[in-house]
Write a protein of this length. Sequence first.
Length: 72
Amino acid sequence: MGRGRQKAKATKQARDIKYYSPSTDYAALERELASNSHPAHHDADLEPDYSDYEDKYADQFDDDDEDSRRIG
């Protein structure tokens, strides 16, 4: 008996969310995008350089061995 009312409420909420259109502050968006257009120089330091280790152990492992370890 309560399912019809529950479904109607969910449908109404979904419709409200689907057609919800908040006002957009384009000036604030433009300022935010303009400030992010020039990344800081410290962004390069976020990830260490692993290029020295790239192929150091590649010759020890063959890709064909993976198939023999799989079960099934």
